[in-house]
Design a binder for this molecule. Structure first.
Ligand code: HEC
Length: 168
């Protein structure tokens, strides 16, 4: 997945770099106008992550603890697996995953990705560009933390750790 993504993004990054260099002398997409605007976007991203339910799966213990998980742990992924006909999936560490991308890459992923259940990718795809950018800026502002979630386990193989079982 990772190498597939980078192969897909390499041309995008190159073409962005090329088009922006002559247009503005920079190699990244335009940043929000001011620090105040950026602050508002980050706050909006925090709000969206909270109300759109990203923490429910991507933050360890969030549902069990009634949302009382320190913000420094938000979106660090979880070792609780979700097992069903698709195999066993683990909510990714978004602090690492999104934190490694440029904003343009994140927008492209959010518009095209289709991870396995129970990830509600269709909800992310339905978000406006502004909301997606707000989530990006928030995650980047939080900074990287934690370690990657356990690797996906194919159907028919038993996961090593705890998991939620969906009907087969
Ligand atoms: C019901 C649980 C659940 C919710 C709610 C949820 N996710 Fe996920 N998410 C997952 C799981 C599980 C995966 C891993 C899927 C897989 O392995 O194919 C995942 C994968 C992802 C990925 C892909 C990461 C990668 O490594 O490819 C992104 C990005 C993501 N989620 C973002 C979000 C955002 C943003 C929200 C909030 C709008 C959200 N998720 C809400 C469970 C959830």
């Amino acid at each position: 997945m990772k190498s597939l993504l980078s192969a897909r993004f390499a041309p995008l990054v190159l073409s962005l770099a090329a088009s922006c260099t002559w247009a503005q002398g920079v190699s990244h997409p335009p940043a929000p106008a001011s620090a105040a605007e950026r602050g508002r976007m980050i706050e909006r991203g925090r709000y969206l992550v909270q109300v759109a339910g990203c923490n429910d799966c991507h933050t360890p213990g969030y549902g069990q603890d009634n949302g009382k998980v320190p913000e420094k742990l938000w979106l660090t992924g979880d070792v609780l697996g979700w097992r069903g006909p698709w195999g066993t999936t683990y909510p990714s560490n978004l602090r690492i995953y999104i934190g490694q991308m440029s904003e343009a890459q994140w927008l492209d992923v959010a518009r095209h990705f289709e991870p396995r259940p129970p990830m509600p990718w269709f909800n992310v795809r339905a978000m406006s560009d502004t909301d997606l950018r707000a989530i990006y800026l928030y995650v980047v502002a939080l900074g990287p933390a934690g370690s990657p979630a356990p690797a996906y386990v194919p159907p028919g193989q038993a996961p090593a750790g705890p998991f939620v079982q969906f009907p087969q």
